[in-house]
Design a protein around this ligand. Sequence first.
Ligand code: FAD
Length: 440
Amino acid sequence: MSASSDVLIIGAGLAGLSAAYNLSKAGKTVQVVEARDRIGGRAWTDYSFGFPVELGCMAIHGYNQGNPVLGYAKTLGLETKLLPASPGTLFTKDGPLDADLTRRLHTNIFLAMSHMNKVTSEPLSDSSSAADILLSSSSPLYTGLSETEKEKATALARAAEIGWGISLEEASAHWSGWASGVAFAGSDGIVVGGYGKLVAALRAAAEETGKASFVLNAHVSKVDKTNDGRIQIHTSNGQVYNGRAALSTIPLGTLKKLTDDFFDPPLPARKSSVISRTAVGILEKFGLLYDSLWWDPAAGPFTILLENGTLLAIPISSSPPCLHVLVSHGLTGLSADTIHNILSQAIAPEKMVPKPIKAVASRWKDDELSLGATSSPVRVGEGRSPLDFAELARPVWGGLLGFAGEATELDHRGSVPGAILSGEREARRIQALLDWQYVV
Ligand SMILES: Cc1cc2nc3c(=O)[nH]c(=O)nc-3n(C[C@H](O)[C@H](O)[C@H](O)COP(=O)(O)OP(=O)(O)OC[C@H]3O[C@@H](n4cnc5c(N)ncnc54)[C@H](O)[C@@H]3O)c2cc1C
């Protein structure tokens, strides 16, 4: 039996780290319990090539638009940098698209997305999908294009599935773009050295307060409220941790698979039904390392539009040469060799391209501690709305058990700021709750 803490936090991803950092700074004792042998969760920087390759989050979206990562990085003494914006090169199975067609397709996509966000501000049926609007014959997506160009426009529209993790057919048209006025977007940056630096710095700053401790390789198997109103969390290796309050940052995909008695008393029916009806999208990443450069770095990023999905290959280093590849949901399960073959045939069909000398890959879909990449945008179907993300955030047990994580921030779901802001939100709420308890 471990000593008691003010707050027990399940999960040391960015939501758990942000909560631990903010609570410990506020003087609360915190015990973070993490199932993996590392902290960071879906912020996972691989350094095995000798430089950072992000297998989870990479970009600081909305770098110049107020993303809170910048504030944390500055406070923690980390360097960040703005990335140059570049349309890169588009490829279909027929080869590269010329600059004029690429420009026209990008313009049409922008107009089609704006059109969808405008028409969806009017009442639409819950069963209207993004595909119904974006790919309709009257969509601005197809303005001024020949029949063969229209096929390419459809394929480019499907590139949105990389970020959404679900198909255009599954995504609700009604709620499309609902958060676009507030979500961080417009310019992209990175944490120099990778998100792993931010993860490590948050843990170090929390531990420096002397109030926070972390335990790894500790899989939480049960959370309960005792008769005297305290919280106990049990791990599968038999440890029990006691706290006055607890915060679960268990990802939505994993939450869906928990047995009914994981939380005791059980979660209210409304929360359980929202956990079931929300979805987790799929996105995987590869890092491919080569011993010689076979692409033109100035032509990247390379977007390969295929029939069943999209590959986005971003050159992240020329010496040694390395491609960072994002794989949309329709193409997951492919090996690094197959990904390499698709890329080399599209980008350099005439060349003898060397095979990668090393490869790293994520497997978020099958990872039992995430079971997918991030929460998906609202799906088609009756009763679903962004309010579901607010329900995922609602505490239970009189406020003593809170929920944080990317899926709980309705304006910023699916992102690093979503995770960080959810940790901040719960740290503030739990702090107030515990301070109030001291008074009574
Ligand atoms: C491939 C990919 C690319 C992305 N790209 C970007 C990007 O470029 N920019 C951006 O802003 N966002 C991006 N994101 C999203 C971002 O990475 C996530 O939103 C964020 O990292 C989620 O943090 P979290 O704390 O909510 O969850 P997690 O990081 O998943 O943390 C949850 C933690 O809980 C632990 N856990 C789970 N179950 C248990 C249990 N029973 N007991 C103990 N511990 C448990 C897990 O091991 C994990 O460490 C990307 C995500 C993915 C997967």
